[in-house]
Design a protein around this ligand. Structure first.
Ligand code: WT7
Length: 640
């Protein structure tokens, strides 16, 4: 982290927008748009007009019970109606809505009309299964069209979806299903990963032994792997059967603006994962507006967001943003370097991708293979690029800009979070860019950098990143945990939203994100909670106590460094008597089983004690400082 900051401080390059891009842009004058956004209620109300409303809203923003903000109250709207149904009455009816591709070279094209039929069937079947408005439906699926069908079907009837990333494993799946009390689980036989099939069905079979609320499992026949019906059968239905003979008409539920749309779990530094709750109308307005203006969407675009639908990036920018604009969204199932490191560029060339949104970790990874791969493909269709998830190193920015964007496609480095639902700090194609900076708040957003008391810090000084005014796609609470919502985001610095990041602003008012202010890890751009990782370690029979911190990694950003206290009789380096496996390998395997490949372990060290406060809280800050050879800081609360 410290190293990065120094690099950023010296970064002085500026890339002015090219005239051709600005000429065609939806928003040609960035500063003027920011000015317009100052009257933020009016700004968002104007944007809300783009949708079909069953009943228009009475109040744009109800802030009578801060920070429980309500947007567009009194209005009635349906997301799926706006993202799908609306287009089949236009020339987009036979346009491809979802373009699916995978590592085997398979492709599927689903037009808006076909999507409409599939969503209706799925929605009707959910109703037949007794799913009511407000009830939760969990999904544990690969990147495949059926995942989007299931999400849109929920939104059509008012069920609340809870998508679980397919790279998570048994323990994480159980936790998320149980917390949301999902009634239905939609899964698949498996997912393709580097020439192998990861059998998701096997994972859900194990998980379901511990998930009493799930009444029915719908299994998508995705990879063609023979599916073993589990003992929980009778409750299992195969997707193809499920969709047979169902009527293809389904009336959209006229949802209230503030009705819940989905829950998405994200990790924190303490306790169990947080169920981030998003609602209907404001979320639609926020994601559609940011997609349109930041990526400058037009009718002839082919949009590709590489983020998995299992995370917020996929929800907002692979599914809802593009479909609400009637765009074709490409979803790709597979790794960025399989069967070879040119695969992404091959896809860009093959389909003529125009807008491409990815992560710094992917760029760093692909950069390692050199220029030869991107240079052997025609990437001239690309018009706007984007990144999200962690700070973009200027070096990776330059590589992306030159080799992928051909020095003509601007890079939109977008700062946002699962909680914010939409981009909050990001440039537009008409913005002058600085490599590594997320530039300025999106029009309508009042972000600031403050000290612990909430006072703005001077330019150039680091501080806490906060947002002073509400925005439409903001999460409304943590599911069933209002107190944690208040404590984590609103009570730390009263009156503002505290994001949990550190940042600074340069002399032009450009924002530079420095990293998390809490203990949350960022592994390959994914938020991994220290609490979950530590619990996974402690659930292994050999471990008495564990503390984890992030260890810098040139490609993944961070990986896990764990300090473990072992139970009597165990040593990290010795072999276990029974199965002859080294304990260290067994711990790694255990972590993968509980959490999935997201939890990348870099190092495990055995210790006799951990630094703790007098009240028994692990001081990860001390471990981190020790790790980086820094000053331990204030240790007056340290127990020993
Ligand atoms: C955290 C949110 C939002 C989708 C992906 C991650 C970090 C996000 C940037 C960026 C520097 C970034 C922050 C933030 N982050 N975007 N452009 N530059 N850092 O969502 O899992 O909710 O993580 O990701 O630390 O708080 P998430």
């Amino acid at each position: 982290m410290t190293k990065d900051t120094t690099v950023l401080l010296n970064e002085k390059r500026i890339f002015n927008p090219n005239a051709e891009t600005v000429e065609k842009a939806n928003v040609k004058d960035w500063e003027a748009e920011i000015e317009k956004g100052k009257d933020f209620k009016r700004y968002w109300a104007e944007k809300a007009e783009q949708f079909h409303w069953f009943k228009k809203w009475d109040t744009v923003l109800d802030d009578s019970n801060k920070p429980f903000y309500k947007w567009f109250t009194g209005g009635r709207i349906n997301l799926t109606y706006n993202a799908v149904d609306r287009w089949i009455k236009t020339e987009k009816r036979n346009q491809v809505a979802i373009l699916y591709a995978n590592e085997n070279g398979d492709e599927k094209k689903v037009t808006y009309y076909e999507l409409y039929l599939a969503v209706n069937k799925f929605a009707n079947r959910l109703k037949n299964l007794g799913v009511k408005k407000g009830e939760r439906v969990a999904m544990y699926l690969p990147m495949c069209p059926e995942l989007l069908v299931a999400m849109l079907a929920c939104a059509k009837i008012g069920a609340v979806h809870n998508v679980i990333y397919s790279g998570l494993s048994v323990g994480a799946v159980v936790e998320r299903i149980n917390d949301s009390k999902a009634k239905i689980l939609v899964t698949a036989d498996g997912t393709f990963r580097r020439g192998k099939v990861i059998e998701l069905k096997k994972i859900t079979d194990e998980a379901l032994l511990r998930c009493p609320t799930v009444e029915t499992t719908i299994v998508v026949e995705h990879t063609g792997t023979p599916i073993k019906t589990s003992d929980l059968s009778g409750k299992e239905i195969f997707y193809r059967r499920f969709m047979e003979k169902e009527t293809a008409e389904c009336e959209p539920e006229p949802m209230e603006s503030e009705d819940p749309l989905f829950i998405l779990y994200t990790s924190g530094s303490t306790g169990k994962p947080k169920g981030v709750l998003h609602t209907t109308a404001g979320y639609m307005v926020g994601v559609a507006t940011t997609t349109r203006n930041i990526f400058d969407i037009h009718n002839d675009d082919l949009w590709w967001c590489t983020g998995d639908v299992g995370w917020i990036t996929g929800h907002s920018y692979a599914v809802y943003g593009p479909l609400l604009l009637g765009t074709t969204t490409l979803i790709y199932e597979g790794a960025p370097d399989f069967p070879g490191p040119g695969i992404w560029w091959e896809i860009v060339e093959k389909y003529g991708v125009t807008k491409f949104y990815t992560s710094p970790t992917a760029i760093r990874h692909l950069m390692r293979y050199g220029n030869k791969y991107p240079n052997s493909y025609d990437l001239s269709s690309l018009k706007v690029l984007g990144t999200v998830g962690e700070p973009m190193n200027p070096e990776a920015w330059m590589w992306f800009y030159k080799n992928i964007g051909g020095e003509k496609a601007p890079i939109m480095d977008t700062w946002w979070q699962t909680e914010t639902g939409m981009h909050l700090i990001a440039p537009l194609p008409s913005t002058a860019l600085k490599p590594g900076s997320v530039t300025k708040p999106f029009p309508g957003i009042d972000a600031d950098i403050v000290d612990e008391e909430g006072n703005s810090v001077p330019l150039g000084k680091g501080g806490y990143l906060v947002v002073r005014n509400p925005w439409p796609a903001m999460f409304r609470t943590l599911y069933k945990d209002k107190q944690r919502y208040l404590d984590t985001y609103w009570n730390k610095i009263p009156g503002v939203y505290t994001a949990g990041d550190m940042a600074r602003r340069d002399e032009d008012g450009y924002f530079w994100i420095q990293g998390r202010s809490d203990d949350v890890l960022k592994i390959a751009g994914h938020r991994v909670g220290t609490a979950e990782v530590e619990s996974a370690f402690v659930s292994h029979p050999a471990v008495a106590e564990a503390a984890v911190i992030g260890k810098s990694d040139p490609i993944k950003g961070q990986v896990i460094k764990a300090f473990v206290i072992l139970k009597e009789g165990y040593k990290l380096k010795t072999r276990l008597m029974e199965n002859q496996t080294k304990l260290i390998e067994d711990l790694e395997r255990h972590l993968r089983y509980e959490l999935g490949p997201v939890a990348v372990v870099g190092e495990i060290v055995q210790v006799d004690s951990l630094p703790k406060t007098r009240s028994g809280k692990i001081m990860r800050r001390v471990l981190r400082a020790q790790e980086n050879g820094e000053d331990l800081g204030d240790t007056s609360t340290l127990e020993d």
